[in-house]
Write a protein that binds this ligand. Sequence first.
Ligand code: SAH
Length: 302
Amino acid sequence: MEACNAYYYATRDPLGSRGDFTTAPEISQMFGELIGAALAAAWQAAGAPSDAVYVELGPGRGTLAADALRVLRSAGFTGDAHLVETSPMLRKAQAEAVQGARWHEAIADLPERPWLLVANEFLDALPIRQLAGGKERHVVVAGGGLAFDRDGEIDEESPAREAAAGDVARHLASHGGLALIVDYGHARTAPGDTLQAVRGHRYAPVLDRPGEQDLTSHVDFEAIGRSAVDAGAAVTPLVSQGEWLNRLGIGARAASLVDANPERAAELAAAVQRLTGKNGMGELFKVLAIHCPDWPQPAGFA
Ligand code: SAH
C-alpha cells in the first residue's frame, strides 16, 4: 500500500473531476476558509504567539492552504507555511497556490515552533495492515496477478497512522499548537475490511493496477485519539464534518458569498449540501482536533 501510493501520488495530480477523486477543499473555498477561521480563533485564544507556523500534511493542490491562509492573514497571522508532501508533482501545484511555502519530506523535519496544523484526507492514504482470523494477511503473486493469501474476519491496524498522530501530538504537547484531522472513518475500533481502491471516481478491485489507483481505508479515530493522548496531547470529542461545519457557520458564510455573487446561489447551496449532508461527506467524514493541553479547546467540538 505504501509503495503503491508513493508511486501513485508521485506520477499524477489525482484530484478533481478529471482525476480519480474530489476532496472537500476542491468542492468549495468555504471548507478551507472555515478551517482558517477555526485555526485563527485558536491561535488568538492562545495569545497569538508570533512564532507559530501553518503546517499541512498532504496538501494536494494547495487549495485548502490558500483558503485557510487568506483567513489567517486577515486575522493578523504572519507565520510561514510548512507543507509535508512527498510528491514532486503536487509540490509544483502547491507552489503556485501558496506563496513562499516550504516543503518537508516528513513530520520529523518540521520546525520546532507552535503549529496550526491541518491534515485533510492524509491519514487515509497511509498504509494499513490487515489481519484475517487474527493472522496478518499478505499479498502474493498467484495466477499471473495479485491475490490475498488468506481470508476470514478482517481486522485492520495502521502503525503508520498511529505514529503520525503520536509524532504530531508529542510536538504539540511540548511546543504548543493544534491539529485539525479531517478524514473518513469510524469513531470506535471495530472489525471489518475497509480497504478500497478508487479510479476515475469509481471503486475498483483493490489489487488491480498497483500504483495506478488510489488506495485508502477508513481511519480508526479511536486509535488515533489514543496515540495522541499517550503522547501527552489533549484531544477533542470526534464530530461529524457536517456538524462541525454547521457549528463554525457554513450557513452564514454561504449566505454572504451568495450576497456578493447572486448568480452562484445554486452552486453554493449544492456545495453546502455536499460538504454537510448525510448523502455527501457530512456524516462519513469526521473531525478530531489534537491540541496542546495549555491551549484552549478549538471551536466546533462542544
Ligand atoms: N489534503 C488534500 C489532498 C489529499 S490526497 C486535499 O484535501 O485535497 C493525499 C495527499 O497526501 C496528497 O497530497 C499526497 O501526495 C500526500 N501524501 C500521501 N502519502 C504521503 C506521505 N507518506 N507523506 C507525505 N505526503 C503524502
